[in-house]
Ligand binder design. Structure first.
Ligand code: AVJ
Length: 327
């Protein structure tokens, strides 16, 4: 995968690199150290995430794929139920692995719509555009490269029709519940009454299944976390010794917070550019949250942020849900 996989977010331009440095250093200067997981996705990180999605413990991708493959008609029916025209916008579309089934179905139904994938990576968008145009003849695709809400504003101007906004893959889980709420409120503010959101959320289930999804036996999740240290070394002139850190995963079934950490295996001082960071032995760095919800909590998130939950489409195991919210 690694050589064929598009370059994604990298190389960072000067602005993004400055932001990367700033966020890394401010996170490591905090009393409880943390690093931002959105920077996991460099070339190696993308490759590792592809491999995580294919590993047996990581059930999320298969669950959502099942929904998009076997409930396509249900999803399409909700989208087209008011018989009006619409445009389909996808936040963080990536390579559109899941949404392509819905696009194909809607296109076969002769629905008239434009698909507007939004991604920060122009590279992956060009790959997506070519693939979709080859596989779904006549599909109208307008790629929007940039930040979610900036591009959503442009999509709204281009569209003028009812908007269906998809945010799939449990990406909302990478926000703390408070941040997720703020994000959904922001999203609502960019929509008009009657617009729809299709939100993909990973559900609470047996804690062991969740914990194992982030503790795969091949050690991919561990490498995925440690890769950020390699990236900091390379792009921010750091001297982390990744062998001196160990991945540690927690899942709290009560709150639904699944969190990854890196634990320092010794007292050590790490240099990043002109900064020195002191790590005590056994000190941990919080890396990523993958928040899990109940169906009820998903509905509450909708209601608390100005949406009306209209239809939930879980997979057959009840492990994952794609939920429609009306603005
Ligand atoms: C891409 C955010 C959905 O949190 O499940 C996978 C990223 N992290 N294994 C997730 C991830 C560790 C993933 N999301």
């Amino acid at each position: 995968i690694s050589d064929n996989y598009p370059a994604g977010l990298y190389p960072l331009n000067d602005t993004l690199l400055g932001k990367f440095r700033e966020e890394v250093l401010s996170g490591l200067h905090r009393k409880a150290k943390r690093l931002p997981s959105k920077y996991f996705y460099d070339k190696t990180g993308d490759m590792l995430f592809q491999r995580i999605m294919a590993c047996p413990e990581y059930y999320l991708t298969n669950c959502e794929l099942e929904i998009f493959q076997s409930k396509t008609a249900d999803l399409a029916q909700i989208i087209t139920s008011d018989n009006g025209t619409f445009d389909l916008i996808e936040l963080g579309a990536g390579d559109a692995t899941k949404s392509q089934y819905l696009l194909k179905y809607l296109s076969d139904q002769k629905a008239s719509f434009t698909y507007m994938p939004i991604d920060i990576s122009g590279n992956i968008l060009s790959v997506l555009e070519k693939r979709l145009k080859d596989e779904i003849t006549g599909l109208d695709v307008t790629c929007l490269e940039g930040e979610y809400f900036e591009m959503l504003r442009i999509a709204a101007e281009l569209s003028g029709r009812r908007k269906i906004v998809m945010f799939l893959g449990a990406n909302i889980g990478n926000m703390e519940p408070r941040e997720a709420k703020e994000f959904c409120r922001d999203l609502r503010a960019h929509l008009a009454p009657g617009d729809l959101v299709l939100m993909g959320v990973d559900l609470k289930k047996h804690p062991k299944l969740i914990w194992e999804a982030y503790n795969d036996s091949a050690g991919l999740t561990s490498r995925f976390n440690l890769n950020l240290l390699h990236r900091i070394n390379r792009e921010l002139k750091g001297d982390f010794d990744p062998d001196q850190f160990e991945h540690y995963q927690t899942y709290d079934p009560g709150s639904g917070a699944c969190k990854s950490h890196l634990v320092s295996l010794q007292d050590q001082i790490v240099t990043i550019g002109d900064s020195k960071i002191v790590f005590g032995r056994d000190e941990s760095v919080f890396m990523e949250i993958s928040q899990k919800y109940t169906l009820e909590e998903v509905d509450n998130l909708a209601r608390e942020t100005g949406f009306v939950p209209v239809y939930s489409c879980p997979d057959t195991k009840g492990w994952f849900v794609d939920a429609f919210w009306k603005a």
